[in-house]
Ligand binder design. Sequence first.
Ligand SMILES: [Mg+2]
Length: 277
Amino acid sequence: MGGKVREKARVYYHVFGDTTETLIAGIVDARAQGFTAVGHLTPFLDEDRDVPYFKTHANKIGDAIETVRKYREAVGTDVDLCIEIHRRLTPAEAVQLGLGIEEFHPYFYEDPVTPDNFDEMAYVASKINIPIATGERFTSIWEFEQLLSRNAVQYIRPDVCLVGGITGAKKIAALAEARHVGVVPHNPLSPVSTMACLQIAAGAPNFALQEYPIGEDVSPKVDMVDGAAEHDGEGFLMIPTRPGIGINLKPGAKENVPMVPREVITRLHKDGSVIDQ
Ligand SMILES: [Mg+2]
């Protein structure tokens, strides 16, 4: 693996909510638990996907800027804000919003536009003054190289479950290291994924922050594995010292915690077209 370069990994805690008040309460709660960064943090609200979306452009951008202002006001500078856009803006909108929230110093601006066109991501990056994070849908070193070679990203987001495991993610981290780009491993899938991600944190000098989902310590996830990442109470997960990735699947995990297929629910615009919330 190349040797351990740190003892613990800074994490960002997930915050969800369909009202600004819920989201702010989540950020305040994260701080109370000792976390120093929150993510999955939308400026648009995590609204019901069954409800069609509509706002004027002025309200869409203006309300989002005001929401980020409230986030910053709620916690001062004690907590870093990782602003998640979920690919829902055009490049022009992304530039407007990126410039509008610059004064609140977000840690990063995640997936402002769909990741498919590397030149468009590079265009947005060239026009704003906050770091872009992207890469959670990519599967290969070649896609990450396309991003990096265009200076389109400041924090890459490889998912160990998509990019060829720890080995694949290490290669991608090394590409980014050569360009002083940070690594923020994408991690929504399971406690096993979290432990695999900690191996990237352990060995990649340019590791920056680890996504840490809510609910890893409750059933059914704790029924799968015989341990969990240890939070130090100050916003870091300890790098495990046990063999392998530091946990084992419990006997019968496959049978006791069967796969639950998840329906894909896509939010629609008021006009009937698809938006990617
Ligand atoms: Mg994301």
